[in-house]
Design a protein around this ligand. Structure first.
Ligand code: MLT
Length: 248
């Protein structure tokens, strides 16, 4: 897998990035987390199926000789985590949905994604990234830390358009995976941004009670990008969750 990060020693924690991002999105958290665990942070390939993306993670773990891990997925990374949990439940001691959801796209969301695919085909990734990135951040960030939004645009302005299109197609066709939340045997972490408009608070709360063991964190002044908007809080939440899972 392209430029994967593998740092630290201890329990294995896989961090999966979201749409229009790469493994560097975890940079603020990787240093402090890797003091307590072995972090695997892949850059996801341009594959247009969430299930196939989950299968590439399984192959990566096989390749690294890793049987079990804790998997944390940001948004689209969470959709992959759920598909992984469905197919390989015994390979996860725990997992986390970081601004993510087990619900599928509704028809309205599918239509918006199809329009975005057309937009990217016509205008390229540059304009798409400029126009779509601000919506990832909460109102507080817009008012107090607009530099975070500019930095994200700069970082991903040259994103390969074919990859964006493949991931949109993957997200559109994913099924409802609330059954995975209901049936998973281990702890499930929910990190919820109070100002997230991509995965709204209400839908996160609705599903957070489904697992047998849920750890639920609601972060104030944060939209869909907690690792950028509240990096210390997110680091502390993940460290506590990893410690809990290890001691269980
Ligand atoms: C992401 O951050 O991965 C995407 O916004 C998820 C989505 O659009 O459903």
């Amino acid at each position: 897998m392209d430029k994967m990060i593998d740092i630290g020693t201890g329990p294995v924690v896989v961090l999966l990035h979201g749409f229009a991002e790469d493994g560097t999105t975890w940079d603020n958290l990787a240093g402090p987390l890797s003091a307590h665990c072995r972090l695997i942070i892949p850059n996801l390939p341009a594959i247009h199926s969430i299930e196939d993306l989950a299968a590439t993670i399984a192959s990566l773990l096989d390749h690294l000789g890793i049987d079990k891990c804790i998997m944390i997925g940001h948004s689209m990374g969470g959709y992959i985590t759920l598909a992984f949990a469905e197919k390989y439940p015994d390979r996860l001691t725990a997992f986390g949905l970081f601004h993510s959801t087990a619900y599928p796209d509704n028809e309205e969301k599918k239509a918006v994604r199809r329009k975005s695919i057309e937009f990217i085909r016509k205008n390229g990734a540059d304009l798409f990234i400029r126009q779509s990135t601000p919506a990832l951040f909460g109102q507080y960030t817009h008012q107090h830390h607009p530099e975070l939004i500019d930095a994200m645009i700069d970082r991903y302005i040259n994103f390969p358009p074919d990859t964006l299109i493949a991931w949109y197609q993957a997200m559109i066709t994913r099924p409802d995976r609330t059954v995975v939340l209901r049936e998973f045997h281990g702890p499930v972490l929910f990190i919820i941004g109070e100002e997230d408009t991509i995965v709204p608070l209400q839908s996160s709360l609705e599903q957070s009670h489904l697992p047998a063991i849920s750890h639920i964190h609601l972060i104030k002044n944060t939209g869909h990008e907690g690792m950028h908007e509240a990096p210390q809080t997110c680091t502390d939440i993940l460290n506590d969750f990893i410690t809990f899972v290890q001691s269980a």
